[in-house]
Design a protein around this ligand. Structure first.
Ligand code: UT7
Length: 335
């Protein structure tokens, strides 16, 4: 199945999606591991040693997935020098929407004053941003939209069981966004979104899930994870998707300037880097400051490295993630 979809020959598209700008937003409330020690039977030493996480941002009572996503999107539009009027596609990757419906993307659209546009959410949990990039890219490349906002926004603190130390210490809240624009392929040069490799395996659904939902139980539910089992799949799955994505784009892993991984666990990042032979200094790591922010983690990490001057115009950047479903995947973009 994965081999056959990867081998599909796509006809040349008239448009190429190019990166125009990015932004991020995290709540101001920082919860350190030391503060968690006062709430549950855990320790800063255990959390840092087993995950690399030192702190996470937690949404305040008035902050929601949509409000964080809207602020990240506003900052991305400013960075791209694109007016809200120019946006005709909004995709929000989230597993923690403000409401069951309407889509968080539509709430963000209203907040930003974006006129009538296409707006919908993508639910692929921690891989959501990579999935959303692929959908936005396909819609831009096929001429269905001209300028897209792709957002990853989450408030996982609202679905954590704060009495379960095996999950509560791992996650945080935040949002990141990118603006992508359609440029005639002939004029894009080497810039643009080059390839994606997406996968899902629903047979693993019970290893990482929320035990509630509108159609089952009628309540929001709380996150449940068999961490070790997820860990066992992570390095192999992510490494395979990176290789497939590079193969599709016709680039070598060693050509990539920056790897921007989903920030679940420092040991997973190190494991992928070892297996793929990556230079550690090319791997953007923010897990210590954000924890695991699910669909927000890749665009948040991207934004940290763009703002501090590491990721620059012309760089070849690989985004990758894995999460509940399981879902996983990679996207390659030349800025
Ligand atoms: O974003 C979606 C993808 N998610 C992931 O990729 C997460 C993948 N999994 C992981 O990152 C790791 O499996 C965890 C960080 C979740 C757990 O690390 P681990 O090294 O697999 O620990 P463990 O589950 O094997 O637990 C080891 C010990 C246990 O105690 P015993 O049974 O050895 O006495 C746990 O009860 O650590 C204990 N423990 C804790 N101790 C202090 C579990 N959580 C904590 C805690 N503080 N917060």
């Amino acid at each position: 199945m994965t081999q056959s979809t990867d081998q599909l020959i796509m006809p040349p598209m008239p448009w190429r999606s190019v990166f125009l700008g990015s932004g991020a937003m995290t709540p101001s409330r920082i919860v350190t591991n030391v503060e968690l020690e006062t709430m549950m039977d855990t320790s800063d030493a255990w959390i840092q040693e087993r995950t690399g996480i030192a702190q996470r941002a937690i949404a305040g009572p008035l902050e929601t997935t949509a409000s964080l996503g809207a602020e990240a999107a506003r900052r991305a539009l400013a960075n791209a020098s694109v007016s809200p009027d120019a946006i005709d596609l909004i995709i929000c990757a989230t597993a923690t929407p403000d409401r069951t419906f309407p889509a968080t993307a539509a709430l963000i659209q209203a907040d930003l004053g974006i006129p009538v546009a296409i707006a919908f959410d993508v639910q692929a949990v921690c891989s959501g941003f990579v999935y959303a990039m692929s959908v936005a890219d396909a819609m831009l490349a096929s001429g269905q939209a001209k300028t897209a906002l792709v957002i990853g926004a989450e408030t996982f603190s609202r679905i954590l069981d704060w009495s379960d130390r095996t999950t509560a210490v791992l996650f945080g809240d935040g949002a990141g966004a990118m603006v992508l624009g359609a440029v005639a392929s002939a004029q894009a040069g080497s810039r643009g979104v080059l390839a994606h490799a997406l996968r899902a395996d629903g047979r693993q659904a019970d290893l990482l899930y929320v035990d509630g939902g509108p159609s089952q139980g009628g309540r929001i539910g709380k996150l449940k994870m068999q961490g070790q089992a997820v860990f066992r799949h992570a390095v192999g799955n992510i490494s395979e998707a990176i290789s497939a994505c590079c193969e599709k784009a016709g680039v070598k892993v060693s050509d990539i300037d920056w790897f921007v991984p989903h920030q679940a666990n420092r040991r997973i990042l190190d494991g992928v880097a070892r297996r793929m032979g990556l230079d550690d200094h090319k791997v953007v790591t923010t897990v210590h400051q954000h924890g695991n922010t699910s669909a927000a983690s890749v665009p948040l990490a991207f934004e940290v490295a763009r703002q501090d001057g590491r990721i620059c115009d012309g760089d070849l950047v690989l985004l990758e993630a894995m999460g509940g479903g399981f879902t996983w995947g990679a996207s390659l973009i030349r800025l």
